[in-house]
Design a protein around this ligand. Structure first.
Ligand SMILES: Cc1cc2nc3c(=O)[nH]c(=O)nc-3n(C[C@H](O)[C@H](O)[C@H](O)COP(=O)(O)O)c2cc1C
Length: 454
């Protein structure tokens, strides 16, 4: 078997209540209300598990509506369950699929978060991933009383100290520290198995030991979605899976080579980072049927609400006019660049740009039969533009049902995707190494065990 054949496609799904397309919630097959509904989430994640997907991903745009409620009645927004709480409930109704929850380092504390993730990793049997974000939208800053002027570079620096600290906290116990309680002698654990953390950094100070055993996976799988220079460095240093958005294969290949190329500086193997751009799709028995489905979604988009393009307010400009020259936004500069390049290249109006780019937030869209979609996935995978895709289903739950029932079997037939989960932890699905406890690695080698003379 060649190395190429051995390389396995990674597939995750980015779940939202109605699906990703702004026209989704008005489709008859979508769950037509914003009422919290766990059964709906359980159904979606169980479908993804039926399709043997690696991960289900839960984003978090916490507090962003705090900036303004103008236009909120028509705004397509993430108003959802808190991701860690949701992941805990989902862990109980699934057994294999990885659960990736987003937590923003600006609004949490390393100790509190290390404890919650360790708990979740145990509760799920080692299936937790952390999407590490450090974005600071105005509304979120206001919701938490945070300083909105805290710079992008400082946020990444603080996130870095945050992540380093969580790793130390997870390593504050040896893996088997709680396995050796001895009723007879009254010794509950070995004091050599505990490694208190003493830390005084630029942002955090603590002296502590985590109050739960080391996670099953050593630490949760680190996921990240940086796009800026500093964001890509952050990914190269920490991330084991990176989300991205690319509409053209040349952009995806350049991104893939760039982030993997940065890993050597941090002493990491490029195979230990899965590059996962988004993939949106419309599936039909024929190409025409698929296109009709996608057209129906576009027709359901309501342009009467507050119109923004990647967060920039467009309500003062004619919908069918060109994109005006605007300053780069503070957050998401990379995607703004992609959007303006597309507008200039194809001379698109604001309405067209909204449909082509914003409606799928810059992700690639493929429209066609299951075989067409499998062809597109295979092409990008083989040409090293991706290690897999983070699916962006336009309408949920139906688009995911279709992908699992029609495209996954096609990928399996081609030998690109697993037919069964081989392992039980997320690390095993992704073929990622389990990180060793840094204290053990640093400790002097134990003296060799002498075999008793026979
Ligand atoms: C698929 C995907 C999912 C993302 N999920 C979140 C999220 O849940 N919460 C968030 O605040 N930002 C999220 N982001 C934004 C990124 O964390 C990041 O801020 C953005 O890509 C810009 O990168 P930069 O900060 O390096 O400029 C996501 C980005 C992508 C591509």
């Amino acid at each position: 078997m060649t190395k190429q054949q051995q390389r396995q496609l990674t597939l995750g799904v980015f779940l939202t209540r109605h699906g990703h397309h702004p026209g989704a919630w008005r489709q008859p097959e979508s769950i037509g209300s914003g009422r919290p509904d766990f059964a709906h989430w359980a159904h979606m994640v169980q479908t993804a598990e039926r399709g043997k997907l690696d991960t289900a991903f839960f984003a978090d745009f916490v507090g962003q509506s705090g900036a303004s409620t103008k236009g909120i009645e028509r705004r397509f927004a993430f108003l959802e369950f808190e991701p860690l709480t949701l992941a805990a409930a989902l862990a109980a109704v699934t057994s294999k699929i990885g659960l990736v929850a987003t937590v923003n380092t600006n609004f949490d504390q390393p100790y509190a978060l290390a404890r919650r993730f360790a708990s979740l990793d145990h509760l799920s049997g080692g299936r937790i991933g952390w999407n590490i974000v450090s974005s600071l939208a105005d509304g979120a800053a206001r919701s938490f009383g945070a300083d909105p002027s805290f710079s992008h570079a400082d946020r990444y620096e603080r996130a870095s100290e945050f992540v380093d600290l969580t790793r130390q906290l997870w390593d504050s116990w040896e893996d088997d520290a709680f396995e050796n309680a001895d009723r007879e002698s009254g010794v509950y654990l070995d004091p050599d198995d505990v490694h208190p953390v003493h830390h005084k950094g630029r942002y955090y100070e603590l002296d502590s030991v985590l109050d739960i055993a080391r996670p099953i996976q050593g630490h949760p799988v680190f996921v990240q979605a940086g796009n800026s220079d500093v964001g890509r460095d952050f990914a190269a240093k920490y991330a084991e899976m990176i989300y991205a958005a690319a509409q053209f294969i040349e952009d995806a290949q350049a991104f893939y080579a760039d982030v993997k190329g940065r890993m050597a500086r941090f002493g990491r193997d490029p195979d230990h980072l899965k590059v996962m751009p988004g993939l949106s799709f419309a599936i039909g028995r024929t190409r025409d049927e698929a296109q009709d489905k996608f057209d129906a979604l576009e027709a359901a988009v309501d342009f009467r609400g507050e119109l923004n393009l990647m967060g920039q307010d467009m309500s003062g400009y004619p919908l069918d006019g060109p994109l005006p020259d605007l300053p780069e936004p503070a957050n998401g500069k990379g995607r703004w660049k992609q959007l303006t390049a597309l507008a200039r290249r194809e001379n698109l109006t604001i309405r067209q740009l909204f449909l082509r780019f914003n409606a799928v937030r810059g992700h690639r869209v493929v429209i066609g039969t299951p075989a067409d979609i499998a062809d597109q996935i295979e092409d990008w995978f083989v040409k090293r533009a991706v290690d897999g895709f983070n699916l962006i289903p336009p309408v949920l739950p139906t688009s995911l049902d279709e992908f699992v029932d029609l495209v996954v079997p096609e990928l399996q037939r081609r030998g690109l995707f697993r037919t069964e989960y081989e392992g039980s932890t997320l690390r095993e699905h992704l073929r990622l190494p389990r990180p060793a406890n840094r204290n053990r690695a640093a400790a002097p080698a134990p003296s060799p065990v002498l075999e008793p003379a026979s």
